[in-house]
Design a protein around this ligand. Structure first.
Ligand code: BG6
Length: 477
């Protein structure tokens, strides 16, 4: 279904995120027929450039970062919707010209794909130069602050110029297909929700493992670390969706109220329930410290921790979460591990068996449910766990599934004016309020992360975090 005609201005349009994700994503939405003929996409950045030069840049970005099959005419037609205006984020240059290109009868959205230090300057100029209307939406990227104080300051700055209903804070994990499927599975089936609590769930594991290192982003990453880069936002959002109470409606504030309650119910984490790691050098690669060009860095590229949510539903059920770079495989998965059957009628030799619902975010999105059955054959009553396997690609069929990537979906949600999959200001602040004391503890103790081998599943201590409790992590594969 096409969205309404829109004008989308991308600040920072020559930057990495715009070239890798936003512009190719918009092209795919165009190919899918979701973008109306009257859509207009305007790049805005500091460099002087005309429409033609920007179109060439977009063409190159699409060639590099998009592999969707298309005809050359389709790309040409898409580029006709694309233009560019040079603006000075801290001055007056370009703003009036940009305003002149916007239409009164189209949805108006501004994407801030720039450093957070420019958010205030741009928001202010959108107002003073008359670009922002009551219906204007702004989209802001992470990092949304680096602690509670900076996040509050950013929220306050944006609030001077825009209402909360106009602010779309992106966490691209919320745009992933399976993340939304998680809500469908929980709240669209009668099967799971009655069991979704401390009485039946032994523990929950969330793993977001990456094979990449810090790449060319060492400067940013070394001041951030896995805690700020991944846990405070992406893992926290996954935790909220898995743990929240059923919202009364699938509507922005109903969902976000429930997520906020989860964050506020998180207990402070004991230091011995946290393992920090940093990938070591080996023959193949020079290690984290060389990648960030900081030989004395104590920043973590891996975190594992055990969390508790103090509420009626989850009292006593631990949540183990981990994320890291340079690990064995790229895999993101949430696993709900149910308790043992209360009494085993098959005796000790039948072994220990558990139901596990694993929701795989990427790659190969899908779900498996381990069910215990009898091992086939004449060997007596021996039990075996087999997965009921549902790969979403198989279930929907390759043609049936036009699965947009996270950014594409979220941008279309902005145009539709649907904030459900965006973070509200109070949510971001609550997440920082929980994260800050943990990071302050590390800094105060001069905590040194444990080294781990590239291609492993993280430091040994992370395995111990679960072994101590008689549990184990699922394999990263
Ligand atoms: C980003 C982080 O937000 O998410 C990166 O800054 C990380 O460090 C990335 O690599 C992971 O996203 P995805 O979609 O590849 O899992």
């Amino acid at each position: 279904i096409p969205v309404d005609p829109f004008d989308l201005v991308i600040f920072g349009a020559t930057g990495d995120l715009a070239r890798r994700k936003i512009l190719p994503g918009l092209f795919r939405r165009y190919l899918s027929g979701q973008m109306p003929a009257e859509a207009q996409i305007l790049g805005a950045a500091r460099s002087e450039m005309d429409d033609g030069a920007f179109r060439t840049m977009v063409r190159e970005a699409i060639a590099e970062f998009d592999s969707t099959e298309h005809k050359p005419e389709e790309l040409d037609a898409f580029l006709e919707r694309v233009g560019y205006e040079a603006v000075d984020a801290k001055g007056t240059g370009g703003w009036d010209a940009l305003r002149g290109r916007l239409r009164d009868d189209a949805v108006r959205a501004f994407y801030f794909s720039v450093a957070p230090s420019l958010f205030g300057d741009i928001a202010e100029r959108l107002r003073t130069h008359g670009l922002a209307t009551e219906a204007t939406r702004i989209v802001v990227e992470k990092p949304f602050g680096k602690d509670l104080e900076t996040a509050k300051a950013l929220n306050a700055t944006l609030a001077q110029h825009f209402d909360e209903t106009q602010i779309y804070r992106i966490d691209h994990y919320l745009g992933k297909e399976t993340v939304q499927n998680l809500m469908a599975v929980r709240f669209g089936n009668t099967l799971f929700e009655p069991l979704w609590n401390a009485q039946y769930v032994d523990h929950i594991q969330i793993t977001v493992a990456e094979t990449v290192g810090v790449g060319g982003r060492g400067g940013y990453y070394d001041t951030s670390g896995a805690m700020r880069d991944m846990v405070q936002n992406h893992l926290m959002q996954l935790l909220c969706l898995i743990a929240m109470e059923p919202p009364a409606k699938f509507e922005p504030d109903a969902v976000r109220d429930e997520k906020l309650k989860v964050i506020r119910a998180l207990e402070p984490v004991e230091p011995y329930h946290i393992v920090r790691g940093q990938y070591d050098r080996d023959e193949e690669q020079p290690g984290y410290r060389a990648h960030v060009e900081n030989p004395r860095s104590f920043t973590e590229s891996f975190v594992a921790m055990k969390l508790h949510i103090s509420n009626w539903r989850w009292a006593g059920t631990p949540f183990y979460i981990r994320t890291g770079k340079m690990l064995r495989a790229r895999t993101s998965e949430i696993a709900v591990v149910f308790k043992d059957a209360p009494h085993s009628i098959f005796g000790a030799e039948a072994g220990r068996h558990r139901n596990v619902l694993a929701i795989r975010l990427q790659p190969n999105e899908g779900m498996t449910l381990d069910v215990t059955i009898k091992e086939p054959g004449p060997g007596g009553m021996r039990l075996l766990d087999v997965p009921l396997d549902m790969s979403f690609a198989d279930a929907i069929g390759p043609e049936g599934a036009d699965v947009p990537d996270a950014y594409e979906r979220l941008i279309m949600d902005v145009i539709r004016g649907n904030q459900t999959l965006f973070m509200r200001g109070d949510e971001v602040e609550a997440a920082w309020a929980w994260t800050d004391p943990i990071i302050a503890g590390w800094t105060g103790r001069n905590d040194v992360p444990k080294l781990y081998d590239a291609g492993s599943s993280g430091p040994e201590d992370a395995l111990m975090l679960m072994h101590r409790d008689g549990r184990r992590w699922r394999e990263i594969k």
